[in-house]
Design a protein around this ligand. Structure first.
Ligand code: G
Ligand code: G
Ligand code: NA
Ligand code: MN
Length: 253
């Protein structure tokens, strides 16, 4: 209950901020995008991990306020990086199922895009398979988002109640291979088979595929060999502050 009270005030007290994790093209190392990841640092409790406060935010409804804050901050940061000389092609932002229940998510997203001036094509919303399967009107909202030009990625792909049927109904552009399949990719034949199957599925449905949780050069080489060209993970970079992204990726004059 105390955590909930603290969480409700976290935005106004300026305790939440975003980290950004680079997404790269494996063979060139080129930055193709970033994923925004919310962080909460409470003055007494210290850093509270997202796995603790995101479920709490979802259960209490606070996720609607938090999700809106995250989206605005992420879009605004894209415009700021550009002004500072770093063009980040895309930003991925995670959405919870609860954020679809309110209806009119498309109104919130388009208002934020208008306010910040970010092109809709540069925003990619990430939802998990369970969000899609458990949200009655997900198909409607996702089609609405598509109609204003925003991209959609399926997060943690392969771990949900995958009904492959939704893939052909949805205007999805990207599959994110869950990091649990990447971890032992070159030693566990099952993980290897699953990763290869997802890459093939993406290819045949004309979707881009990105591997999450890439931690070693071997994993990256394996992915490239099997036709997965994009990756995100500690091997490239941990999630970092906006200023650190500039330092590492802004072209040197
Ligand atoms: O960055 P980290 O591994 O600690 O994130 C843990 C979980 O929290 C991940 O599943 C991630 O998707 C989720 N998460 C991080 N930021 C956000 C956010 O802004 N909104 C939602 N809904 N989930 C987030
Ligand atoms: O559920 P989602 O895919 O949004 O979760 C992203 C989370 O994965 C982030 O919280 C991030 O901190 C974490 N993460 C990113 N790269 C790696 C990695 O290479 N290894 C591990 N173990 N976690 C990672
Ligand atoms: Na996610
Ligand atoms: Mn994600």
């Amino acid at each position: 209950l105390r955590l909930e009270t603290f969480l409700r005030r976290s935005i106004e007290k300026d305790e939440v901020f975003l980290n950004y994790q680079p997404q790269v093209e494996i063979d060139t190392g080129r930055l193709v995008g970033v994923e925004a990841l919310v962080r909460w640092n409470h003055p007494e409790l210290g850093p509270v991990p997202p796995v603790r406060f995101i479920p709490l935010a979802e259960d209490t409804g606070f996720i609607n306020q938090l999700g809106k804050w995250v989206l605005f901050e992420a879009c605004r940061q894209m415009v700021r990086w550009q002004a500072d000389g770093l063009y980040v092609p895309k930003i991925a932002v995670n959405l919870s199922a609860k954020q679809f229940e309110r209806g009119s998510i498309v109104n919130m997203v388009s208002a934020i895009l208008r306010e910040t001036g970010l092109e809709p094509q540069r925003l990619q919303l990430e939802v998990t398979e369970s969000v899609i399967m458990n949200t009655g009107d997900a198909l409607v909202f996702i089609n609405d988002l598509h109609s204003i030009g925003v991209g959609l990625a399926i997060d943690d792909f392969g771990t949900g109640y995958s009904s492959l049927a939704y893939l052909k109904q949805l205007p999805v552009q990207t599959l994110k291979i869950d990091r649990s399949f990447i971890k032992d990719i070159s030693t566990d034949p099952n993980d290897e088979a699953i990763a290869i199957a997802i890459i093939q599925l993406g290819k045949s449905m004309n979707l881009s595929v990105i591997a999450e949780g890439v931690e070693t050069e071997e994993q990256a080489a394996f992915l490239l060999r099997h036709g997965c060209y994009l990756a995100q993970g500690y091997y490239y970079s941990r999630p970092v502050l906006s200023g650190d992204l500039l330092t590492r990726w802004r072209p040197k004059p």
